[in-house]
Write a protein that binds this ligand. Structure first.
Ligand code: PMP
Length: 408
């Protein structure tokens, strides 16, 4: 680390006359040349629709498309490639679980347990499901440093609980949740555990079997792949019985005038022409990440946070949300600078070449829980450098100085 920067042509540019420092990786990651090339090569040489053709290009495209299932299976240690379902992204995966598994399993009086730190994508689908089925939606509390309150989890997860749905890593607080512990709790009470892996799969080694999850979803675009491709993993036992949600081409075995039989999983869920180029790009992204090693990525990002956090904590008036101990912090750091509006801070940082995000980060109930309307979020990836950390600190200090007559 960090020779990887050169693989990311987009990073080599100036923004507002300053070298770009891209710290919005939790929103989406940049794409390295091998991923861009894989997508371009597919379009240059192999483009054809999958599964339907016997001609050479169709066979080539199908083979590449299906091979990526094996790469994903190995990446998350699923027990079979058939457990890998292609989706548009985390949001679609979570919606499918809620609509397919949820609608067929929940009844009035059942409970769905989530947490106060969930992204809207792991909240609104459950809220909708609760409205439709008469189930109740309950929220696990957080400790004052933003970590999950496991005492609250133990109280809320009961024999009434049908589904527990939790982020593996928060997109705001930089905490990583104790998934195995939550899985044990859920299973003790006969509930299934859905894990939102949008912010973990790109940054750490995932072993869905070791985690004890029943469902695990993530997005390709946050881990070097193109937008519009994601993964829904579930244990075979669930995928086998879950009804498909998108009906049409590709997902059928035979269609008669009044009835249709469907393919087996995962294909029964993949109605219509799929995002073939996205799948190929995801395969290249997984190759790229695996060549580095996910453990190495996690350690490296932690070292950036270990540099950054103490520097941030020295800035008077700056409040960091989430744990203050770098060891407990993922590569996402959310903060506010005095009374300055987060959008003003983000704009000032952008003027200095530093790209961060400001807002509610698709977690309005979390903002309300913490009593703020918005935050600034800096989020790192393995191609960020210690110079990026220094540039961020310098830019925050300059921003503070610039606004010193306001209410910092
Ligand atoms: N969950 C979490 C924790 C996220 O950070 C995000 C993306 N911001 C999502 C879900 C939704 O992912 P996508 O927009 O790729 O569907």
């Amino acid at each position: 680390m960090n020779d990887y920067v050169q693989d990311f042509p987009i990073l080599r540019q100036k923004v507002n006359d300053e070298q770009l420092v891209y710290l919005d990786n939790a929103a989406t990651s940049q794409k390295p040349r091998p991923v861009i090339d894989a997508v371009a090569n597919y379009y240059y040489h192999d483009n054809a629709n999958v599964h339907r053709g016997v001609h050479t290009l169709a066979e080539r495209a199908t083979e590449s498309f299906e091979k990526v299932r094996t790469k994903v299976k190995n990446f998350i240690n699923a027990s079979s490639e058939r457990e890998i379902v292609y989706t548009k992204g985390t949001t679609e995966g979570l919606n499918w679980i809620a609509r397919s598994y949820g609608s067929t399993h929940l009844k009035q009086g059942d409970e769905i347990v989530i947490t106060y730190m969930e992204h809207h994508s792991n909240l609104v689908p459950w809220q909708q499901l609760a409205h439709e089925t008469g189930a109740q939606l309950k929220y696990i509390q957080l400790l004052s440093d933003g970590r999950l309150d496991m005492g609250s989890a133990e109280k809320l997860i009961t024999d009434k609980t049908a589904i527990v749905a939790v982020a593996h890593a928060s997109n705001v607080l930089g905490v990583v949740n104790p998934i195995t512990e939550i899985a044990n709790l859920a299973h003790k009470h006969g509930a299934v555990l859905v894990v939102d892996g949008a912010q973990s799969a790109p940054h750490m080694k995932i072993d869905v079997q070791q985690l004890g999850a029943d469902f695990f979803v993530f997005s390709g675009h946050k881990m070097l792949a193109p937008t519009g491709i994601g993964i829904l993993w579930a244990k075979s036992i669930f995928l086998a019985e879950m009804p498909p949600l998108e009906f049409g081409g590709e997902m059928i075995n035979s269609v008669e005038l009044q009835q249709t039989t469907f393919k087996e999983f995962p294909w029964k869920f993949e109605g219509g022409t799929q995002n073939i180029a996205g799948v190929i790009g995801l395969g290249a992204a997984i190759d790229y990440l695996s060549a580095i090693g996910m453990e190495k990525i996690e350690l490296y990002e932690r070292s950036l946070v270990e540099n950054l956090l103490p520097e941030l904590l020295k800035i008077e008036g700056l409040k960091v949300y989430g744990p203050l101990d770098p060891v407990q912090h993922s590569g996402i750091i959310s903060f506010n600078l005095g009374q300055l509006h987060p959008h003003d801070v983000a704009t000032a940082l952008d003027m200095q070449g530093v790209a961060v995000r400001a807002g509610h980060h698709c977690a309005q109930p979390l903002m309300e829980y913490l009593g703020v309307s918005a935050m600034v979020r800096a989020s790192f990836y393995f191609y960020n450098t210690s110079e990026d950390v220094q540039q961020l600190v310098k830019a925050i200090k300059a921003t503070k100085e610039f606004f010193k007559n306001d209410t910092v």
